[in-house]
Design a protein around this ligand. Structure first.
Ligand code: ATP
Ligand code: MG
Length: 464
């Protein structure tokens, strides 16, 4: 029976008290991605298992230990996405998006699934915000995505976070490095974990990413890729740093970062915080020039990052600026008795059509109980609707904050109340439909409000 009332381990419900915060954060993420000209992409929650094996890499922890893989009724091997880049690359190829002007720039906010030991900041179902830039090898593209991640931490006033960057070269220079790395680990073989022993032959760099403390200790003095970069890779890394300098973005070169997924080449980076315990890597990314080639043979360079939304939320809660309080409902229409519930719901409905956050009674409650409820819901105005109001064509609205009362003609009530509702701020972001979509969709919006999200201006202190 417990199974019916307990969610699977490593999953989390987002209840209403938190979901508005999450939506607020997600709106900011999409706003910032959009203004950097990334377009949203949505791909399926599951893909063919082979896609992840080929792209993420057979020797990674993700593929070896963490995937949710099952056979469907058609005997296909299916895997719940452990990350989103593979699906984006697959969609890019499937739909021939390489024929569109390049680079193609996508962002996503998506659930991911990894069978891991659940703990703070580590779940089995988690969410990532990420971006992909496909079709350019320019180091400016690497720097652009790093700058986007930086802006996001900045807007939430998260200062306790460091950017670490590294280059892991290209297959050509990496093969020389692999030989040296293998030599190094061969001599310390007896201390490596079993998984790393198998990596020694196939992909010794993976050992650098092992979570076992003993393997990490052994890896401490291993040779670093930076010393083996070829001229092109060295130049690329140099330019990435120059672009970051030009944008005043602080970074630390950490030659130990290799990233957990096989498809990375050249730039790799992580944003690491010490403020949220062991799971301090909030965002990881880099360049993966080999990924599309691995899937299709096409030589299409790309870069991107993935940011864990749950870890970002932990960071915001621990260190960042507060998320504004949830918007209060504007008006509560209280029917004095059952007879007036019809008119009350009709008025509420009219308000809602005009974008006003309005409530009424759904439970046949007494007026006293309704007022108690309206207070609990922090409603800004209440109005009682009963026999007198209907007979005399008037309705009195009470400001719940200062007790002030204002009378309106009942038959034009919703229209006449609108200016007050506007002053409360239309809490529904679609509230002022005209303003939101532009007063005439054929018109160019001359007020500069082009369907952007009002939250962004809220956080920017009114600047859009
Ligand atoms: P870690 O080293 O913490 O396992 P990772 O290298 O496996 O992270 P990536 O594959 O780079 O993580 O994913 C990008 C981001 O997604 C991480 O930086 C993190 O914020 C988030 N993330 C990864 N795995 C989880 C998880 N199991 N639960 C919550 N967030 C996660
Ligand atoms: Mg991991």
């Amino acid at each position: 029976m417990v199974l019916l009332t307990k969610a699977p381990r490593g999953t989390a419900d987002v209840l209403p008290e938190d979901s508005y915060k999450r939506k607020f954060v997600e709106d900011i993420l999409s706003d910032y991605a959009s203004q950097a000209d990334f377009k949203e992409i949505r791909t399926p929650v599951f893909e063919h298992t082979e896609l992840f094996k080929r792209s993420v890499g057979e020797t990674t922890d993700v593929v070896q230990k963490e995937m949710y893989t099952f056979e469907d009724n058609g005997h296909r091997s299916i895997t719940l996405r452990p990350e989103v880049t593979a699906g984006c690359a697959r969609a890019f190829l499937e739909h021939g998006l390489y024929n569109e002007p390049l680079p193609q720039k996508y962002y996503y906010i998506a659930s991911c699934y990894r069978y891991e030991k659940p703990q703070a900041g580590r779940l089995r179902e988690f969410h990532q915000f990420g971006v992909e830039t496909l079709g350019t090898d320019s180091p400016a593209a690497d720097a652009e995505i790093i700058a986007l991640a930086r802006q996001i931490f900045d807007v939430f006033e998260i200062t306790d976070i460091e950017l670490e960057i590294n280059s892991i070269g290209c297959p050509a220079c990496r093969s020389k490095y692999h030989v040296e790395l293998k030599k190094y680990f061969e001599s310390k073989k007896d201390r490596l974990c079993e998984t790393c022993l198998s990596r020694l032959e196939r992909n010794p760099m993976r050992i650098l990413d092992c979570k076992s403390p003993i393997c990490q200790e052994v890896a401490k003095d291993a040779p670093v890729m930076l010393d083996y970069l070829c001229d092109d890779c060295r130049e690329h890394f140099g330019k990435v740093k120059k672009y970051l300098d030009a944008m005043d973005i602080d970074y630390k070169v950490n030659p130990r970062i290799v990233r957990g997924l096989d498809y990375y080449t050249n730039t790799v980076f992580e944003f690491v915080s010490t403020g949220i315990g062991a799971q301090g890597t909030v965002c990881g990314g880099g360049r993966y020039n080999g990924l599309i080639k691995e899937l299709s043979g096409n030589n299409i360079p790309a870069c991107g990052f993935g940011m864990g939304i749950e870890r970002l939320l932990l960071l915001i809660a621990a260190k960042g600026r507060g998320i504004p309080e949830e918007a209060r409902p504007v008006i509560y229409i209280a029917p004095a008795s059952e007879e007036y519930t019809f008119k009350a719901l009709a008025l509420t409905d009219e308000f809602r059509c005009d974008g006003v956050h309005a409530l009424t009674d759904l439970g046949g409650r007494s007026l006293k109980a309704q007022m108690k409820y309206a207070n609990k819901r922090k409603v800004q105005y209440t109005a009682v609707l009963g026999e007198d109001e209907v007979k005399q064509n008037k309705i009195t609205v009470k400001n719940m904050d200062n007790g002030e009362q204002t009378e309106f003609a009942l038959d034009t009530f919703t229209e006449d109340f609108l200016p007050i509702a506007h002053d409360c701020g239309l809490t529904n972001i679609f509230g002022n439909i005209d303003e939101f979509f532009g007063s005439d969709s054929n018109d160019n919006n001359d007020d500069g409000f082009n369907g952007g999200n009002p939250f962004l201006s809220l956080l920017n202190g009114g600047k859009k």
